[in-house]
Design a protein around this ligand. Structure first.
Ligand code: F3S
Length: 377
């Protein structure tokens, strides 16, 4: 470390270490700990712009030292005409820099399916809030809420300041949430993110699956700063902590029902925030296979899932569903020139797409079944 701080291993490593030390000081970290993987967000030119690209150039001489994957970019590399030429050039330059550094250009926010799968207890440095909450909660990995910059510094040095969710006792739940009935995961997540700041211990009275947990966590992390939840009987650490004396809240559908779901008028459907799993693609296929589309329907997923679910993908494309990898409805400018009102099942997309920065759309948040029913016959 001394050598790095003295600049003996180059300016980039020195800058990276100073950044991590500053982060560690802000969070009271006592030491650095080795990490086994990193995931970098803030990759779309639309999100980081010129300033972000300039900052990235400063790091471009370095190489990452651990398995490192990349969040979505501003277009699908198979459909470059999604963006204009100058955007295309800027984005490719960003991608080239990352690739030269040894980052895998996965361009997906769900690296945890195939390309970058942490195991239980593994210490990782990920940016992308939806991936962090999934890795922590569903996989039991240990990750703090990193920024794109701190994740990149960690990727280069292979270390992270040791604090917060790296430490087992800090992963203890702070409130019990009993969920009565089936509540839309996006609506529930948005509500919890806004209302809580601790670690919820979820008790579901109805069966929920892993894609429900993915949607729940992404929405929680988008509307607030929750990066870990436990779910009774479902997540790997749910038995590890005492629940004695925890406050308890019981929620029903009507408690979280302030998000729009009026499906009488919308222009297009956007699904895949976070990127769709194979199971989700199969469900969409089963719901649409004998239908005719009345609206434009867009799906976003990773390249790996796209190829693994190729059978369903070709059938869906044959009936007119538009399917993209590498990018998403939020970080690509593609949809902004085309539509005004979007329907989605994602609480996170609902949260972002309404903001001016990401298009200022009117957004309808409803269940997958309701949306696909309203957009096909
Ligand atoms: Fe992923 Fe884009 Fe949503 S990066 S989590 S699909 S905003």
């Amino acid at each position: 470390m001394e050598r790095i701080l003295d600049g003996e291993e180059g300016l980039v490593k020195e800058l990276a270490l100073k950044t991590l030390i500053a982060v560690g000081e802000a969070y009271g970290a006592e030491k650095m700990i080795e990490i086994s993987s990193a995931h970098i967000s803030g990759v779309s030119f639309d999100t980081i712009g010129e300033h972000g690209k300039d900052l990235l150039r400063k790091f471009s001489e370095a190489k990452v030292s651990v398995r490192t994957t990349l969040n979505p970019i501003g277009f699908d590399r198979d459909f470059p005409s999604m963006v204009d030429e100058s955007f295309y050039r800027e984005q490719i330059e960003i991608l080239d820099i990352f690739e030269r550094m040894g980052v895998k250009s996965t361009c997906s926010c769900t690296p945890y399916y195939y390309e970058n799968v942490p195991s239980f207890g593994e210490i990782i440095a990920w940016a992308e809030s939806s991936a962090i909450v999934y890795a922590n909660s569903v996989l039991g990995a240990r990750c703090n809420r990193e920024s794109g910059l701190s994740a990149l510094c960690s990727a280069i040095l292979g270390i992270s300041p040791y604090h917060s969710l790296h430490i087992k006792e800090n992963r203890s739940p702070t409130i019990k949430i009993r969920v009565s009935g089936r509540i839309h995961p996006g609506k529930l997540g948005l509500y919890l993110g806004r209302e809580l700041s601790g670690i919820p211990y979820m008790i579901f009275e109805r069966i929920v699956d892993i894609d429900y947990l993915k949607q729940l966590g992404a929405a929680m992390a988008a509307s607030g700063n929750i990066s870990l939840f436990h779910a009774e009987g479902l997540t790997p650490e749910f038995r590890d902590f005492s629940l004695d004396g925890l406050p308890q809240l019981t929620l029903e559908e009507r408690d979280v029902e302030d998000e729009s779901e009026d499906l009488s008028e919308f222009d297009a459907v956007v699904l895949g925030c976070p990127h769709l799993s194979e199971e989700e693609i199969k469900s969409i296929y089963l719901m649409l296979r004998e239908k005719r589309l009345l609206k434009d329907v867009y799906l976003f997923t990773s390249r790996t899932v796209l190829s693994r679910a190729s059978r369903y993908i070709s059938c869906l494309r044959n009936i007119g569903v538009k399917i993209f990898s590498d990018t998403c409805m939020v970080v690509s400018p593609y949809l902004r020139r085309r539509y005004r009102i979007l329907a989605t099942n994602s609480g996170k997309a609902y949260n972002y797409l309404r903001s001016k920065k990401f298009g200022g759309f009117r957004v309808i948040l409803a269940s997958l079944e309701e949306i696909l029913d309203a957009s096909s016959r």
